[in-house]
Each structure stands twice: as C-alpha cells, then as structure tokens.
Design a protein around this ligand. Structure first.
Ligand code: CP
Length: 343
C-alpha cells in the first residue's frame, strides 16, 4: 500500500505530517472552546458533500460545521447524479464539481461482500487527481480519516497525551460484514501518535490488510509506540485505557457472502457474547478505562447496554460531537488558508 505525502487533500491521515495533524487537533480544541472566533472561517465558500452511502454523523456534522464557519454546504446524493448511475466519468464529475465548489467531500464505500480491495479508495484518489480543489474522504473502503482524527482528539481530551496510553481496537460480532476503513484508520493514527495499541480479532479470517499492518508496525517503531495482537476480546482489553470496538468483514472471503457469514457466526458464540463487549471484559481494562465506538452500533450485539450506557466509561457521544470540531478544523486548513490546488 502506497501512502503519498499529500496535504492538499485528506484521503488518509497517514498522508499528512504529524505537524499538520497536531495543528488540526490544536485548532479543533480552540474551535470547540471558542466557536464564536471562527464564524467567518469559510467566508461564503461552497462545500460539496457527495454521498454514495447513508450517514447520520458525517453528513450532519459537516452541514452544521459548514454553517458555523460561514460557508455553504450542498448535499449531493449519488442516486441523483450521473456518476452514481455509471453514466459519467470520474474525471468529468470531479472537473465540473471543482469549478463550482471550494472543497469537495466524498463518501464512497462499497458493499463489502462484492468488494474489490482498495477499489473505492482508488476511485477517490482518481477523483482527487481531477479535482482542482481539495478533496476530503468521508469514508472509502480503506480509510475514514475524519473519524480517526476525531477519535485521537477525544483520547487526548480524556488522557491529555498519547504516549504511554493503551488503546485496544477490538473486532466484534455484527450480523453484516462492514468495511475496514475505521479500524485501519484508527490503527494507523494511534501507532503514529506513539500509543500502545492492541488489535484484538479472532484467530482466523479477520486480520486487517497486510499493507495496513506493515505500516502500523513501522509507525509504532518510529513513534516509540507498540502494536500487539490478541486473539480473544478479553485479552485485548487487559490493562487498556481505551477499548475501541468496531466490527469489520473478513478479507479472506471477498466475493463469498455465505462463506463470510459462516465464519462470522462462529465468533458470535453460543449465547452471542463471545465477541461482544460485556462488563466482565471491560472489567479487566484500567479502572478508569473508556469505551469508544464510532457509531452506529448494534446494541447488545457488539456491546452490552451495561457498557455503552455506563456514564463513567462510555465516551461515544463525545466522540460523535468531536467529529464536528475536528472537521471544522480540517475544512479551515484545507479551504480557508490558500492550499487550493493549482488549476
Ligand atoms: N461514524 C460515522 O461515520 O457515522 P455515519 O455513518 O453515521 O456518518
């Protein structure tokens, strides 16, 4: 997997320097504390929000964030656009939209069981190549950078620092195979920021892509962080400061929905709790450990109500709120400070 150094777009946070990531996190903190100081940060700029998939958090936090910065957001539904009907090319779509907008944000993730690895990421990169204006990835099949940046912001808000803090990123059973964009992105960013990261997933079939694992290992080596693997959810939670639950589909079964489902069912367990975060698993984390999830979540399938509704533990609504603050910072940096691509 190639990670170009590209700060004109936000395709993955791995492509941004640590300095730029720190700058966005600091700016987001100031925007959260002093929202009135940024009312004209987008100064009537127009932002395209182009969605090929459903969304609650991403769409609404972007629309509200754009309003709060004095910009204008236009929601484009792929079902009512020619590219979404395979009737216009990526080049023509991106070239035209970038004559209208100062920023284009795109959500384009595939149905996992039909998925060709990295295909929607490649399409998004092609889109960015033809766009004259910065492109923000709102989730493709590989990355969800706005989610990972908001998660990092949330962990720093709780812990004050990254180094020496332990995060368990753990697979959970889910009735449908989901994209790997979130675990890929969180793993890469947490290792880059020097955290002690444990990836917990079943012993067969649910590893993340080799290129992601290799990059995460290199990140940890460079940052002084750690990356370890656990094959039981409870082992992954042991001693964690943050337990981050997320389900994803098996890459061993691309194109084979029945085979994938059979494998996933094995890890549901007889009573459905084998790979569900329950209070007994959370109990082996640190006494003040926090529960995280990007949402939407299947309650009592991925996580028990007793964990997600535990106000001492659960920071999922802070995480969702922080999408707003971090994305405002990303938009200000990309659209508001003269980083527009050359025509
Ligand atoms: N976490 C996240 O991206 O949520 P939505 O799918 O609702 O946008």
């Amino acid at each position: 997997m190639q990670f170009p150094s590209d700060e004109q777009d936000l395709i993955s946070a791995q492509e941004w320097s640590l300095e730029s990531i720190s700058r966005v996190l600091d700016l987001a903190a100031d925007m959260k504390a002093n929202p009135r100081g940024y009312y004209d940060a987008l100064d009537h700029k127009s932002i395209c929000l182009y969605f090929f998939n459903p969304s609650l958090r991403t769409r609404n936090s972007f629309e509200v964030g754009i309003n709060q910065l004095g910009g204008h957001g236009v929601f484009v539904d792929s079902k009512t656009s020619w590219l979404g009907q395979d009737s216009e090319s990526v080049k023509d779509t991106a070239s035209v939209l970038s004559r209208y907008f100062e920023l284009i944000a795109v959500r384009m993730f595939p149905n996992v069981v039909d998925w060709v690895p990295e295909r929607s990421n490649a399409l998004l990169r092609e889109f960015a190549r033809w766009s004259r204006v910065p492109v923000i990835n709102l989730e493709d099949d590989m990355f969800h950078p706005c989610q990972a940046l908001a998660d990092a912001f949330t962990m720093k808000e709780v812990a004050g620092r990254f180094k020496g803090k332990r995060v368990a990123v753990t697979w959970a059973y889910h009735p449908k195979p989901l994209p790997m964009a979130v675990p890929n992105s969180v793993l890469l960013l947490a290792t880059r920021l020097g955290m002690d990261v444990t990836l917990a997933r079943p012993e067969d079939g649910f590893d993340l892509p080799d290129g992601i694992m290799a990059t995460a290992r290199a990140n940890a080596k460079q940052s002084g962080g750690k990356l370890t693997i656990a094959t039981e959810m409870k082992d992954g939670c042991d001693g964690a400061d943050f337990v981050y639950v997320k389900s994803w589909g098996s890459k061993a079964f691309y194109g084979d929905a029945r085979g994938e489902k059979k494998l996933r069912m094995k890890y549901r367990g007889e009573d459905g709790t084998l790979w569900m975060l329950t209070p007994d698993k959370m109990a082996v984390a640190k006494p003040d450990a926090k529960f995280m999830h990007c949402l939407p979540v299947r309650r009592n399938i991925e996580v028990a109500d007793a964990v997600i509704d535990d106000e001492r533990r659960s920071i999922v609504y802070d995480e969702a709120e922080n999408r707003l603050h971090v994305q405002k910072a990303v938009m200000k940096v990309l659209a508001g400070e003269g980083t527009k691509k050359a025509a």
